[in-house]
Design a protein around this ligand. Structure first.
Ligand code: AMP
Length: 318
């Protein structure tokens, strides 16, 4: 039996299934989590299926979470989607079920769970869930709502099919989902649109981005800047990809100061591998999209220096 068959067997075996995802969710976290929940609801109406986790922040147009008591975890199957490391699982009760499954597309730095299905070649965890449905299409039922959520997850993590993880399979899965007739232009717009405050912050990012001669970029969003523009940390996801639009920027970091004084680091790249840098600074992620933390401005400078070195090494290879 391959791992996907083992996962389906476990799903059939349990009456209660609780699905979690990572903290600070993005469209792929919610798309894979609730997309899977909706497929299971449509396929096994007699089972109790729950989606659990903390606030969905600005993504309530996608899905909302359910409140469940600790009791529900007894004899439950728990599935965690899109989450590489166990401390990042939203709602730590995920560990209280009878059996645990990890489904993810990030590097498998921590293979937690009784069953682990990790595919780092998938563009998104939502793509994996779509593949899972296709694999067992005779037993699993796709619904329009599941298709909407999974499509949103794929669009979110591929930057609307822009990033290199987008394959011909990604596009075929997206096409299969589109057949379910949800309003795709609406979901594309919802993912893409920003508030006026974030639009103004975008101007600040372009104005203040520091780029070295080789294409390593950085910008620091202090608490004072965030207050001035009236944005909070969760809204910075909309501006992370912006420096990549500039032709000579190859890799970049956005340092978002937190109220406690440390910096959340959001790193992106068009080629140089950056997740090794992230791992050295309490973070991790994909080779071209990672996150980390910097304790102070000294660590901010150290991270930028490491990005510059990675960009320089990449240029030399090319
Ligand atoms: P973000 O900039 O927060 O959108 O993060 C980009 C990617 O980096 C995410 O998909 C995560 O895989 C990863 N990531 C972000 N923060 C962390 C962290 N503190 N630890 C491990 N991985 C992280």
């Amino acid at each position: 039996m391959n791992v996907q068959e083992e996962i389906l067997t476990a799903i059939k075996e349990y009456q209660t299934i609780i699905i979690h995802r990572h903290q600070r969710p993005d469209p792929d976290a919610l798309g894979s989590q609730v997309g899977l929940a909706e497929i299971l609801r449509a396929s096994f109406p007699e089972k109790a299926i729950y989606q659990v986790g903390g606030p969905v922040e600005g993504l309530d147009y996608l899905a909302e979470m359910q409140e469940i008591s600790d009791e529900v975890y007894k004899n439950a199957l728990v599935i965690v989607t899109d989450t590489a490391n166990s401390p990042r699982v939203s709602d730590q009760r995920y560990a209280n079920g009878a059996k645990l499954i990890k489904i993810d597309h990030h590097p498998n730095d921590e293979p937690y769970g009784d069953l682990v299905w990790v595919d780092t070649t998938a563009s998104s965890c939502s793509e994996m869930i779509t593949a899972f449905w296709k694999m067992f299409a005779e037993e699993l039922t796709m619904s329009q709502e599941a298709a909407r959520l999974l499509y949103a997850g794929i669009v979110g993590d591929t930057g609307r099919f822009l990033y290199p993880a987008t394959t011909s399979a990604t596009l075929r899965y997206a096409a299969d989902l589109l057949d379910y007739g949800f309003d795709a232009p609406k979901i594309n717009r919802e993912i893409d649109q920003v508030s006026r405050a974030v639009a103004r912050l975008s101007g600040y990012v372009f104005e203040n981005l520091e780029v070295d001669s080789l294409g390593a970029g950085k910008v620091i969003l202090t608490n004072e800047i965030q207050q001035r523009f009236g944005v909070v940390d969760s809204e910075t996801s909309a501006i992370v990809s912006l420096p990549g639009k500039i032709e000579d920027v190859l890799a970049w970091a956005i340092f978002v100061e937190q109220p406690e004084g440390y910096y959340r680091v959001r790193m992106r790249s068009k080629g140089p591998v950056i997740n090794e840098i992230a791992k050295r600074h309490h973070g991790g992620g994909h080779p071209l999209a990672s996150g980390a933390n910097a304790a102070d401005l000294e660590e901010v400078a150290a991270i930028y220096q490491e990005i510059q070195t990675a960009v320089s090494a990449f240029r030399e290879q090319a």
